[in-house]
Design a binder for this molecule. Structure first.
Ligand SMILES: Nc1nc2c(ncn2[C@@H]2O[C@@H]3COP(=O)(O)O[C@H]3[C@H]2O)c(=O)[nH]1
Ligand SMILES: [Zn+2]
Length: 381
């Protein structure tokens, strides 16, 4: 976002989110050096699984892994993408994810990697056109570009530049998408530059649909659409495919809990850090405080149990209805996570009760002390 004249918030615009030029140049050099190296077959296979651990890789390596995804899905040859254009595209994408706790470049990678894994696990290549797969992967790469760490509710309540520009309608998602096409408008980073206009149009329409579908305020609406077509789902029907693509980016976007515990838990810490940051700001600015972001109300387990029960399961189960093979990959780990956080919630509850009990005991014993003194006093008198 450029600095505008409308600044209702005294704090929001002061935060330095952008990556510095030095940081970008350093990562770019590393990436270009590494991109000529061959990635092993073992890593290429691992990259296709939801157990992949993003924390083991630095940003330049992550860019190489994204390059591998475009290569191994045969996008380079099918869509005639020049390697240096793909590299420039990935660099621009990297540059325009901000240094914030959750919605950063590593989140972009995780969402894309989950989408990539789902494509392989469901053998989607045999079911839909590669142009749709290109739309899905590229939408995942671009879906949170230039996120500032404050959600749509904040944008609207704080009347930020984005909310004003997009009339309060999915301000963030509209912005992510607009930034994506800013990158694609530049010839040197336009990975679709060798495609006929008709194909470009179709891709643009698809990416816009997918990125806008990540606005959680549309969650129920999109899920209900998918449920309605499931009994008659037809891969040959464009409307059906469009809904499936939206569901798959939504699943990927909120899929952290489908990963191994030691990968997923640090992501929750990042998410809560971003949430608390927003609610602190809302308190400072006298804006309505988003309840699920309030550090005085939310704990790690309380944040996850409800989210898993009411958001993750209902969504993941429907995708697994279409692809039963996904059950073991995305449902089972989420079930484990729910058990883990339910236990943590109980332990916290017990701790709270013990603390309350201790406080009462201390209070009662201290309130009895004066009596003891009184009793002792006559003896000493
Ligand atoms: N409580 C909780 N919320 C999540 C988790 N993953 C994603 N979300 C929420 O789902 C939202 C998806 O869209 P956003 O990226 O805007 O913001 C995300 C978070 O608000 C999670 O693991 N736990
Ligand atoms: Zn996201």
């Amino acid at each position: 976002m450029s600095e505008g004249t409308h600044k209702p918030s005294p704090f929001y615009h002061k935060r330095t989110l952008r990556k510095t030029r030095e940081e970008c140049e350093h990562v770019r050099e590393k990436f270009l050096q590494m991109s000529s190296l061959e990635v092993s077959e073992e890593v290429r296979q691992y990259l296709k699984t939801p157990t992949f651990d993003n924390w083991q890789w630095e940003d330049a390596e992550i860019m190489v892994l994204l390059q591998v995804m475009y290569t191994d899905l045969d996008f380079i040859s099918t869509f005639n993408i020049e390697p240096d254009v793909l590299q420039q595209f990935l660099y621009e994408v990297y540059r325009r994810y901000n240094n914030i706790p959750f919605h950063n470049f590593k989140h972009c990678f995780c969402v894309t990697q989950m989408m990539y894994g789902l494509i392989w696990l469901t053998d989607l290549r045999s079911k839909i056109d590669s142009i749709d797969l290109l739309i899905m992967l590229t939408s995942a790469v671009c879906h949170d570009l230039d996120h500032t760490g404050y959600n749509n509710a904040y944008q609207i309540n704080a009347r930020t530049e984005l909310a004003l520009r997009y009339n309060d309608i999915s301000p963030l998602e509209n912005h992510h998408c607009a930034v994506a096409f800013e990158i694609l408008e530049k010839t040197e980073s336009n990975i679709f530059r060798n495609l006929p206009t008709e194909q470009y149009k179709r891709i643009r329409e698809g990416i816009i649909k997918c990125i806008l579908a990540t606005d959680m305020s549309r969650h129920t609406d999109i899920l209900n659409k998918f449920k309605a077509i499931l009994p008659v789902f037809d891969f040959g029907n464009k409307d059906h495919r469009d809904v499936l693509m939206m569901i798959m980016i939504k699943v990927s976007d909120i899929s952290n809990e489908a990963r191994p515990m030691d990968v997923a838990e640090p992501w929750l810490d990042c998410l809560l850090q971003e949430f608390f940051n927003q609610s602190d700001m809302e308190k400072l600015e006298g804006l309505p405080v988003t309840p699920f972001m309030d550090r005085d109300k939310v704990t790690k387990p309380s944040s996850q149990t409800g989210f898993i029960r009411f958001v993750l399961f209902p969504l993941f189960i429907e995708l697994a209805n279409l692809f039963p093979c996904l059950e073991q990959h995305i449902i089972d780990p989420v079930r484990k996570a729910l058990d883990y956080y339910t236990e943590m919630e109980k332990a916290l509850e017990r701790e709270k009760q013990n603390r309350a009990l201790n406080e009462t005991t201390v209070k009662t014993s201290t309130s009895k002390e004066p009596d003891a003194n009184l009793e002792a006093k006559p003896a000493s008198l």
